[in-house]
Design a protein around this ligand. Structure first.
Ligand code: HEC
Length: 145
């Protein structure tokens, strides 16, 4: 009986030892896989802010500070179309940030003389405005539609 118990204990110890060894290898493999997956996902997370919607409150300040408001009133045409008219148009078509970057054509007032006036701002004032600030301005303008 004693012999049998000793044998049983030995077998048990061996089983525990072998299986724990196997577990170590398995968990080591899992860790490697997890690390690789996390690294692959990182660039996506960094790219996200470019598509994040702008801040309308910041945009309102920029709109006044960058002289946009001297030609664009909220609800009536001054030199350029009203912000409401621009926002209504952009609600169904176009990409305002792209327009402000000079990468898309005018869609609100396409009169060449008028487009030239606004083009002057894209090549002037807006050159010093960051992409994030342009998104803020666009968010403010869209909030008035
Ligand atoms: C000197 C006057 C003037 C100033 C200053 C001005 N704009 Fe304009 N803007 C215009 C005129 C004129 C148009 C109409 C032509 C056009 O639509 O491109 C226009 C059109 C636009 C449009 C509509 C574009 C489209 O698709 O037709 C947006 C958006 C716009 N302006 C944003 C801005 C922002 C933002 C600022 C400040 C950085 C600004 N504007 C400053 C005169 C001005």
């Amino acid at each position: 009986m004693k012999k049998l118990m000793t044998l049983l204990v030995l077998v048990l110890v061996t089983v525990v030892f072998v299986s724990s060894c196997g577990d170590d290898k398995a968990s080591a493999k899992t860790t490697t896989t997890t690390t690789t997956t996390t690294k692959a996902e990182e660039p996506k997370k960094e790219a996200a802010p470019t598509t994040t919607a702008g801040d309308p409150a910041k945009g309102k300040e920029l709109f006044a500070g960058k002289t946009c408001s001297s030609c664009h009133a909220p609800d009536k045409k001054v030199v350029g179309p009203s912000i409401q008219d621009i926002a209504k148009k952009y609600a169904s078509a176009g990409d305002m940030v792209k327009f402000l970057e000079g990468k898309a054509d005018a869609i609100v007032d396409t009169d060449p003389g008028q487009v030239a006036v606004m083009k002057g701002n894209i090549d002037g004032i807006l050159k010093d405005v960051t992409a994030a600030e342009k998104a803020d301005i666009a968010a403010y303008m869209m909030s008035l539609k």
